[in-house]
Structures are given as structure tokens and as C-alpha cells.
Design a protein around this ligand. Structure first.
Ligand SMILES: Cc1cc2nc3c(=O)[nH]c(=O)nc-3n(C[C@H](O)[C@H](O)[C@H](O)COP(=O)(O)O)c2cc1C
Length: 187
């Protein structure tokens, strides 16, 4: 995760590839219930930050770094697309069925990872981060995003600097070594 970017635009073809790959991720039942809001105009990126609660006059290391990104992509999950798809004859699930796992968030998360990986492939840097709950409505209103779409977070994209910006949680936490269980669950 890169949290500070060089003062250089992202090549429009690279952005197209990030978005094309995002739309080629796997989706349950091929529901394709993920959409993407791509912001690459400086005014739009600035509006993203104010709409999600960043006071233009306020400064902290994270925000000052993240606001240098020339591109922000917001992956949007459409729960209703899955509920509709799974009522079709080959799935035959009730529209209000309880889901063991909300596939709309699984799939949109996978799409976000494809954006991050394509950024690396393009020699760019990126960071996935959350939109605070209290700013989701403000974000929707600012960009005309309809209520059936839930932003699962956002991805900044830009050219890497040698200094990747403020360190993330791994600077404060150990990577766990006990997450893989072979054969049986073991503690
Ligand atoms: C769902 C999710 C939410 C995250 N939210 C934030 C965030 O709000 N701010 C941030 O700087 N990084 C955020 N991250 C990035 C994580 O901090 C980062 O992936 C993790 O610490 C591991 O670091 P690495 O990806 O650089 O290995 C988020 C990552 C995920 C998957």
C-alpha cells in the first residue's frame, strides 16, 4: 500500500487497464454486481476528499500523502444484482434468502485486488482504504451514486515515490505465522 504519490498523472491507458481488469474478476453466478467510480480529474479527486470528510484546511501525514494521488477509484457493490440473479431458475433462491456469505462484498473485494495488482503490474502504486460510515451518504450525494450501490472502500492510484508515505498497520503489528491449517484445524 502506497500512501504518498509523485506529482505525475496516470497514463489514461494504464487507468483503462486497471478498470478493464477490475471488470474481469470472478463473480458468484456471474452476477457481475460490481461497479466502479473512477476519478481522474483534479476537481473530482478534491471533491472525493471533502465529501468523505477531509477538511481541506486540516492536515495529517496520512491525509496529506493520500491527497497527492491523481486517481481515486471507488468499487461499488450491488447486493440487489445478486439477489435478482439467484432467483433465476438455475439458482432458484428466494430473493430475501439469508446468505452464508455476502458474495457482493466478496466479489467487489476481489475486483479491488485486481486494481491493486494491475497497478503493480503497470509500475504504479496504490492503496485500498475505507470510507467512514458517517461519510458514505455524503459521498453518494457528491457523485450521484444511487442508494443500491455500496462503496466498499476506495483505491488511490499514482506513481510511487521512494517514500511510500505514512506506514500502515504492519509497522505496528507482527505478521502472524499461524493462519494456515493443513489437514485439520490446529491451534
Ligand atoms: C478492507 C481494508 C481496509 C483498509 N483500510 C485502510 C485505511 O482506511 N487506511 C489505510 O491507510 N490502509 C487501509 N488498508 C490497508 C491495510 O492497512 C494494509 O493492507 C495492511 O496493513 C497490510 O499492508 P500491506 O497491504 O502494505 O501489506 C485497508 C485494507 C483493507 C483490505
Amino acid at each position: 500500500m502506497v500512501r504518498r504519490y509523485a506529482d505525475r498523472p496516470v497514463d489514461p491507458e494504464a487507468l483503462d487497464r486497471l478498470l478493464r481488469n477490475a471488470t474481469r474478476g470472478p463473480s458468484a453466478g456471474f452476477s457481475q454486481g460490481s461497479e466502479f467510480l473512477a476519478l481522474s480529474e483534479a476537481d473530482d479527486v478534491a471533491l472525493f476528499w471533502t465529501a468523505t470528510g477531509a477538511d481541506p484546511a486540516s492536515h495529517n501525514e496520512w491525509l496529506d500523502g493520500m491527497r497527492t494521488a491523481p486517481v481515486v477509484i471507488v468499487p461499488l457493490a450491488d447486493e440487489s444484482a445478486y439477489r435478482r440473479r439467484y432467483t433465476e431458475p438455475d439458482k432458484a433462491r428466494a430473493e430475501d434468502a439469508e446468505w452464508a456469505v455476502p458474495y457482493w462484498f466478496v466479489d467487489t473485494g476481489m475486483a479491488a485486488l485486481l486494481i491493486l495488482q494491475t497497478a503493480v503490474d503497470e509500475g504504479l502504486g496504490a492503496c485500498f482504504f475505507g470510507i467512514p460510515l458517517e461519510h458514505v451518504e455524503g459521498f453518494r450525494a457528491a457523485f450521484g451514486v444511487p442508494p443500491h450501490l455500496t462503496p466498499i472502500g476506495a483505491v488511490t492510484v499514482g506513481h510511487r515515490l521512494d517514500d511510500p508515505g505514512s506506514p500502515g498497520s504492519p509497522a505496528r503489528r507482527e505478521r502472524r505465522a499461524d493462519a494456515v491449517h493443513r489437514g485439520r484445524y490446529s491451534t
